[in-house]
Design a protein around this ligand. Structure first.
Ligand code: 13P
Length: 291
């Protein structure tokens, strides 16, 4: 079995200066493509679903696909629930077999952002080998249930980050550092690399305890990715790019083959394009060959 939680593969990544790609999927084809890419690149990987696709397919269906695909893959695979604002749904996914859960109370005040992660951490640690991710500060843009306007986005305070992780017991931590969900409007978005490095030093300076997550992967340049790796990013979330790959590939295929009625061929095109996009990310994150 190559089913793992996120923390265990991220600790290894953080120790050795590479990061795990965490890819948001909405259907079976993307799920297969992410795992195929990881197998081809011999890389540990995280497959993630935000709440909408998880509810649409159903937790049991999602976990059955995960167990079938990951169970026979020769690389470690984690199934992560992304940006969930509902404590009960976090618990439901943990019970069903997700191996990493993100409870997102980041839009609430600091004190109100403590209780939900703490409750989910206590639950998941009792339920099994499930790690929990939380966020401090807010990442601008839209990711399923969570919408944050640009002028509402707030970066994580380093001192408060340490206290937040201690009080909640989180396994992995996503500090807001200026990256954003969706497509960046500029080539050089304002990302606070030093803030990530400071938080990493404060949390993990004397041994990796709470590896760090970078949200808003789509559109980050290779130069930014290298700097974020050096600053301690051990998981990079990529969602919008795979959505665009899926929709653009379907559109282009259908446009070029308007008289063909063979859905399987569209699926092959989508799976192939997605696999290539994921392999490119794995190369950029330097996780190839690390499984
Ligand atoms: P992007 O949609 O910008 O890739 O961000 C993904 C993300 O951070 C999901 O949590």
């Amino acid at each position: 079995m190559s089913i793992v939680n996120a923390k265990e593969i991220m600790v290894e990544a953080a120790k050795h200066g590479y990061a795990i790609g965490a890819f948001n999927i909405t259907d079976l084809l993307q799920f297969e493509a992410v795992i195929d890419a990881a197998v081809e690149k011999k890389a540990p990987v995280i497959v993630q679903t935000s709440v909408k696709p998880s509810k649409f397919l159903g937790t049991n269906m999602m976990v059955s696909i995960f167990r079938t695909l990951a169970g026979s893959a020769p690389v470690p695979v984690c199934l992560h629930l992304d940006h969930c604002t509902e404590i009960d749904y976090c618990k439901k996914c943990a019970d069903a077999g997700y191996t990493n859960i993100m409870i997102d109370a980041s839009k609430q005040s600091y004190e109100e952002n403590i209780r939900p992660p703490k409750e989910v951490v206590d639950y998941c640690h009792k339920a099994g080998n499930i790690s929990v991710e939380g966020e401090l500060g807010t990442v601008s843009g839209v990711e399923d249930q969570v919408k944050v306007a640009e002028d509402e986005a707030q970066l994580a305070n380093p001192k408060q980050s340490v206290e937040f992780v201690e009080r909640t017991g989180l396994d992995i931590f996503a500090p807001a550092i200026g990256t954003a969900h969706g497509v960046y409007k500029t080539k050089n978005p304002k990302v606070d690399f030093d803030r990530l490095a400071t938080i990493n030093k404060m949390l993990n300076g004397s041994g990796i305890k709470t590896p760090l997550v970078v949200h808003g992967g789509t559109g980050l340049s290779e130069e930014y990715i290298k700097k974020l790796l050096a600053a301690g990013g051990a998981k990079f979330n990529v969602s919008t790019e795979l959505k665009h790959t899926l929709i653009d590939t379907k559109f282009e295929y259908i446009t070029a083959h308007r008289d063909e009625y063979d859905p399987g061929k569209i699926d092959v095109a989508v799976r192939d394009a997605t696999r290539k996009a994921v392999m490119h990310w794995i190369d950029m994150l330097e996780s190839a060959g690390k499984a």
